[in-house]
Ligand binder design. Structure first.
Ligand code: WA2
Length: 281
């Protein structure tokens, strides 16, 4: 009798966990496709139109009105590739200097003010944000290559031509653990088999979306009214010996555990959902 009940509990846990993992993965996939489409929009109407049909105001309006298409994202922005030789002209044209990313004071994240940032130190190239959704307006003018995780993402996105994800890291201002998804925007229609060097050469900029994981996963799970029943964790398990907890309490309980696979579309990152019953059998 008892073993029957345990069997049922195990099956119920695995069903609930798989369902939540699938929902999270599907929503992520939907928003990833729309971020990809935004990169094509920027390519078509910002770079291929002379003069550009997109300025900060139209970008902010368009991205705000289409935010419903990008579940789980906290904002999207576009950073442009600027070589050092073009920096002076770029800064004069925009009327601001390219800023260095500064994680700010973690104890008072709301103090994050772009105007107070230092100019970016001299580099071969920069990736300052020129267009943004209102929700991430605080990153405009910041050189995204001056942040370790953003830089790595930019380099991988433009060499691969694929959408790429960062490891979880504290996002600017909110200081919540999040991930950034990046697509490169290229000059010409590159052949599908373009080499990494051809891709890097043809790069014009980077369209990125930030995912504030704790608040967005919370919102998703809330819709399912299961919070009294199970505890959910989301892990980045890219480094198997040092998984990063992206969502949920630190796992101390030893109740029965179910693991569900999560695929966020970047083969070089691994994610898992872990579920437990709150109440012991
Ligand atoms: N967006 C929002 N908050 C952040 C962040 C970011 N990156 N990095 C740290 N906090 C414009 O990949 C290009 C967005 C980076 C894209």
């Amino acid at each position: 009798m008892n073993s029957n009940i345990n069997l049922l509990r195990t099956e119920m846990l695995s069903n609930m966990c798989d369902e939540r993992a699938r929902m999270l993965q599907d929503q992520f996939n939907v928003s990833m496709n729309h971020v990809h489409a935004l990169a094509i929009l920027v390519s078509t109407f910002h770079h291929r139109k002379q003069p550009s049909a997109i300025d900060q105001k139209t970008f902010a309006q368009y991205t705000e009105r289409t935010a419903f298409e990008r579940p789980l994202t906290s904002g999207v922005a576009y950073a442009v590739k600027v070589l050092h030789t073009d920096r002076e002209e770029f800064e004069k044209h925009h009327g601001w200097t390219i800023k260095k990313m500064d994680k700010g004071d973690p104890s008072s994240p709301q103090d994050y003010i772009t105007e107070k940032l230092d100019p970016a130190p001299i580099q071969d190239e920069y990736a300052p944000v020129t267009l943004s959704q209102k929700t991430v307006a605080h990153i405009v003018s910041i050189d995204m290559m001056s942040g370790e995780e953003d830089r790595e993402n930019i380099l991988r996105a433009r060499a691969s031509g694929k959408g790429v994800l960062t490891s979880p890291f504290p996002l600017l201002k909110s200081n919540h653990l999040g991930v950034v998804l990046t697509f490169a925007v290229y000059k010409t229609d590159l052949p599908a088999d373009a080499t990494p060097d051809q891709r890097i050469e043809a790069t014009l900029g980077y369209l990125g979306a930030s995912y504030d994981v704790p608040s967005l996963v919370e919102k998703l799970l809330h819709q399912l009214a299961s919070k009294q029943t199970i505890v959910v964790n989301v892990y980045d398990t890219t480094n198997r010996s040092a998984p990063i907890n992206m969502y949920g309490p630190s796992e101390t309980d030893v109740g029965h555990l179910h693991l569900s696979k999560l695929d966020f579309g970047d083969p070089s990152r691994r994610h898992e959902m872990h579920c437990r019953f709150k109440q012991k059998a």
